[in-house]
Design a protein around this ligand. Structure first.
Ligand SMILES: Nc1ncnc2c1ncn2[C@@H]1O[C@H](COP(=O)(O)OP(=O)(O)O)[C@@H](O)[C@H]1O
Ligand SMILES: N[C@@H](CC(=O)OP(=O)(O)O)C(=O)O
Length: 468
């Protein structure tokens, strides 16, 4: 279709074993053989990031035996894949994997000795997932007769701030990526970039947040002015709901950058919440495509939304494991400084606020945060807010959101959502509407999240529509 340059991202499922890696390489190969230059960006093999986090935690807790057992399992998995992809035992790839595993083992041993796992050392350890999968992709491309060269995120030019665990690219990144990758592309070599990771200006390894390989791919896409970025997935595209929860969820053909960001922010695991941000300025489209059905168009994410009359909502998403934090007491009453200090405390701790609502009596402010962030939020609030206030956590909550640009200026959308929930006896704990009018979100009891998702999906007729 007249492409010159594409960036292709392969996620954990598409890298999970030798067979999946070979299939992913063949998807890139189809375009390369058709004369398109391709940059491949890869995630860790499925489950590896979680294993690395787990073994780092075990080392910190003093359980080096469990950590080493886990490293041994990872080692076997990577070696088996390399062997199955045709690497000889004394080949450069096998030597490289062995060296990386040795460095990983040493880093983990350091954590064990210190009994300390800093965000910086966690990033160093967790980025090995992607560093170990990149050589496997290079190998598979070479076995398919193509020339490939793998690089870490830092080697590819991704320069980030020092926000370990959630780093953001620095402006200089784009020039650097272009410098580092253009030569390879011009020489007919396919760069294979380890996703999810970058590097600070001092060379410390950072990660871009869970699911960050999507973000790496769009950073590279912007840097090179790619025609499109393709994120290959184990689903048809971005769907009207998580297909694991709603069986008749359907593929959405077109979404705007704004819609996809809202969807990702409110829990649709399919893309990293910041993934489209590098593309917005240049208007480069992102396509979410099915690795199992490569000719299916998937979802096109672009600047403009495409709305269908009578269908203001495009998708429903949910975030589980949420806590509501209630700040109440006479002290809240009409005092803007109290509200300001609540937000200050949250900002200092870098906590993501999922929802905020203030009661009309103004004596109560409720905040919804991930339960994993609740303890930090409570501590920050207690330290940062001076007046006599009651601060309480209600765990076990979920946030449900409907997203769609067709909701703008439309009356009755929220009412339809609330009625669907009421009909299923689902109690609404909090309500908020995004100022962009791209979403309405509600907090519900966690145990009702699946029933609520299905009810809202039905109420907006989001499922597979019968063919006319
Ligand atoms: N609205 C949605 N559309 C598509 N997939 C979704 C949605 N919400 C959640 N998901 C889940 O996201 C998963 C794909 O994301 P992920 O596993 O991170 O992709 P990958 O690792 O392949 O990049 C799917 O398996 C699906 O269950
Ligand atoms: N491996 C990282 C980064 C990533 O993007 O993975 P995936 O593409 O499999 O969601 C993670 O698990 O968070």
């Amino acid at each position: 279709m007249g492409y010159e340059l594409l960036v292709m991202k392969f996620g954990g499922t598409n890298m999970q074993d030798a067979r999946a890696v070979r299939h992913s390489a063949s998807l890139a190969g189809r375009s390369i053989q058709g004369g398109v230059k391709v940059v491949v960006v890869v995630s860790a093999m499925a489950g590896v990031t979680n294993s690395l986090l787990k073994l780092a935690g075990a080392a910190q807790a003093g359980d080096i035996a469990s950590a080493n057992d886990e490293i041994a399992l990872l080692r076997t998995r990577h070696f088996a894949a390399a062997q199955e992809l045709g690497a000889a035992p004394d080949s450069a790839v096998v030597r490289e994997l062995r060296e990386m595993h040795e460095t990983l083992r040493q880093a983990v041993y350091g954590v064990y000795l210190l009994r300390e796992l800093t965000p910086r050392s966690r990033d160093l350890i967790v980025a090995f997932g992607e560093r170990l999968s990149a050589p496997l992709m290079s190998l598979a491309l070479e076995q398919a007769g193509l020339r490939a060269h793998h690089l870490t995120g830092g080697e590819a030019g991704i320069l980030t701030d020092t926000h370990f665990g959630n780093a953001k690219p620095l402006p200089g990144t784009y020039e650097r990526v272009k410098d580092r990758l253009s030569g390879l592309l011009a020489a007919g070599v396919t760069p294979v970039v380890a996703g999810f990771m970058g590097e600070t200006d001092k060379g410390a390894i950072t990660t871009l947040g869970r699911g960050g390989t999507d973000f790496s791919a769009t950073i590279v896409g912007k840097a090179l002015g790619a025609d499109e970025v393709w994120a290959w997935k184990d689903v048809d595209g971005v769907m009207s709901a998580d297909p694991r929860v709603v069986k008749d969820a359907r593929n959405i053909e077109v979404l705007s950058y704004g819609e996809v960001m809202e969807l990702a922010y409110f829990g649709a695991k399919v893309l990293h919440p910041l993934a489209v941000t590098p593309l917005q300025e240049s208007g480069i489209p992102l396509r979410v495509k099915s690795a199992a059905d490569p000719d299916f168009p998937g979802t096109l994410v672009q600047a403009e939304a495409r709305d269908e009359a009578g269908h203001p909502v495009k998708a429903v998403t949910a975030i589980r494991n949420v806590s509501i934090i209630n700040v109440s007491g006479a002290g809240v009453l009409g005092i803007p400084e109290v509200i300001a200090s609540v937000f200050d405390a949250i900002a200092r701790e870098n906590v993501t606020l999922l929802m905020v609502s203030q009661s009309s009596s103004m004596s109560n402010v409720s905040l919804a945060v991930q339960t994993a962030d609740a303890e930090r939020t409570l501590t920050a609030l207690r330290a940062g807010v001076s007046l006599e206030l009651q601060i309480e956590e209600q765990p076990g909550v979920a946030v449900l959101a409907i997203v769609g640009s067709g909701m703008r200026g439309q009356r009755g959308v929220s009412a339809r959502m609330f009625t669907a929930l009421a009909d299923e006896d689902v109690n609404i704990l909090m309500i908020s509407q995004g100022s962009s009018e791209l979403n309405v979100s509600v907090a519900v009891e966690g145990e009702h999240v699946e029933t609520a998702t299905r009810a809202v999906h039905r109420a907006f007729d989001l499922g597979q529509r019968a063919l006319a």
